[in-house]
Design a protein. Structure first.
Length: 65
């Protein structure tokens, strides 16, 4: 298992592009990956459109440090 950590701040468009890229990974590879998305205290919630199998954990930083 390999974990990929991706943080973002107010960049829903870039995040959407990255998720689209991940959707192109072979299913056998996806079974071996764990994605962690970290919202680094964005002003608004990202509108995630995920329509493929993905092992995903969503996290949000709530204190702007």
């Amino acid at each position: 298992m390999l974990t990929i950590i991706y943080s973002y701040y107010n960049s829903s468009k870039a995040l959407g592009i990255q998720i689209d890229n991940w959707s192109q990974y072979p299913i056998e590879l996806m079974k071996e990956l764990h994605f962690i998305l970290i919202d680094d205290c964005s002003d608004s919630k990202a509108d995630l459109k995920i329509n493929f199998p993905i092992n995903l954990t969503l996290m949000k930083v709530t204190d702007d440090i």
